[in-house]
Design a protein around this ligand. Structure first.
Ligand code: 4FV
Length: 237
């Protein structure tokens, strides 16, 4: 999978791309991430990328020409199915279904805005979709881009050693994850649930299912409702 990123702070991706899962995925060639500085696509001597908003009001807006040049130059030679994604609060909320959909694309180009945002005509001319990581405003699209890269990378075959653990991930099953325990067996008087020490794998699987359901009902009842709706829609009930 190839992921291009356009940002005015390419240095923010440094350690993130060298470390752990993403670092290994890039080393193994399963993932290629190309981070480009938007300022390299300006043609003015001061490499300016922002200007005052038409209509007044505070803050600055990112001007369109560098973005149009950047997206078109980075799209050249890429497959027609290249998905150009602008990270913004106006976007569709990122969830597991969207992660899986984006992970199925061979190539993604991520646009990271700053300031008050990017001139709207960029979205109209060279953006396929907007994605938001949540209903709050950040100072830039870089962290959302890293969230998306990490989530999508876990879906790339072979990136997560234990593929089964991805399949069992929260949300993939429509439920939250079951509780996890490891040594020591007693923590400040709190024991491990005995079934987990029983060696009875069928009983352990049943317990984990029950605990996943309980955690979901307790912490995210909306997920249960969604699971019910899906069930009724796909006629399995
Ligand atoms: C954001 C989000 C986000 C808005 C103005 C960058 C900032 C600044 N992106 N999900 N929430 N972006 O807050 O994706 O340009």
């Amino acid at each position: 999978m190839w992921i291009g990123v356009v940002t005015i702070f390419p240095e923010l991706f440094g350690e993130f791309l060298q470390t752990s899962l993403i670092g290994r995925a890039r080393q193994s060639g399963k993932l290629e991430v190309e981070v480009r500085d938007l300022r390299d696509f300006t043609d003015d001597p001061h490499r300016v990328v922002d200007d005052e908003p038409y209509g007044g009001g505070g803050g600055m807006v990112m001007t369109a020409p560098p973005w149009l040049r950047a997206v078109r130059e980075l799209s050249a030679g890429r497959s027609p199915s290249l998905r150009r994604v602008l990270l913004s609060p106006q976007g569709r909320r990122l969830d597991d279904a969207k992660v899986q959909e984006l992970a199925a694309q061979p190539e993604l180009l991520l646009l990271c805005g700053r300031y008050e945002g990017i001139d709207e005509r960029v979205q109209q001319l060279v953006v396929d979709e907007e994605v938001s990581i949540g209903d709050y405003v950040l100072s830039g699209g870089e962290l959302p881009a890293m969230v998306l890269i990490e989530a999508v990378s876990r879906c790339v075959p072979g990136v997560v050693q234990q593929a089964s653990s991805v399949e069992r991930d929260s949300f993939r099953t429509g439920l939250l994850d079951h509780p996890h325990y490891t040594r020591p067996a007693v923590v400040e008087g709190l024991p491990v649930p005995p079934v987990l020490l029983s060696g009875d794998h069928a009983a352990i699987e049943r317990w984990r299912q029950q605990e996943a359901l309980r955690a979901t009902a307790e912490k995210r009842p909306d997920l249960l409702a969604a699971a019910q709706t899906c069930k009724s829609q796909d006629g399995t009930r």
